[in-house]
Design a protein. Structure first.
Length: 140
């Protein structure tokens, strides 16, 4: 794909975070011209391609230092002065490994199917609010 110089400049400015108005002023075009270009398939394809290149380069930089970041989070989880920071770091690490919990299990508090008796709401409330962490299967 070969775009003219003004379109290339517009893409560069858009990817740098400039507004449509700023881009139009910087390349001496109308705002409507920029909007028209954004509707153009070739222009959009080049914009998307360059955006993906930026994302890929950023990810490569992050991955290069990944061990450093993980070790820093582990250090915060064990050595931070604030218990809140320790907890947040520990939760982050656990969520990364085991996944983030999405929802609570729905329980019918009106009747159990087997006995047709009412469930004690206080007992159910205690169960749902229990902070006990069960060991992971096969954990030593």
């Amino acid at each position: 794909m070969i775009l003219d110089e003004r379109k290339e400049q517009a893409i560069t400015y858009l990817l740098a975070g400039y507004t449509i108005s700023d881009v139009a002023r910087l390349i001496n075009a109308s705002r409507q011209t920029i909007y028209n270009w954004l509707e153009d398939e070739e222009f959009r394809a080049e914009l998307d391609k360059r955006r993906q290149e930026i994302v890929k380069a950023g990810n490569q930089k992050i991955v290069k230092d990944l061990d450093l970041y993980i070790n820093k989070i582990k250090l915060l989880a064990t050595k931070a002065k604030s218990e809140k920071v320790q907890l947040d770091a520990a939760i982050y690490l656990l969520d990364r490994v085991y996944g983030t919990p999405r929802s609570k299990v729905d329980i019918d508090v009106e009747k159990t199917e087997e006995t047709s008796e009412k469930v004690d709401k206080d007992v159910l409330k205690d169960i749902l609010q229990d902070d006990t962490i069960l060991p992971f299967p096969n954990a030593q």
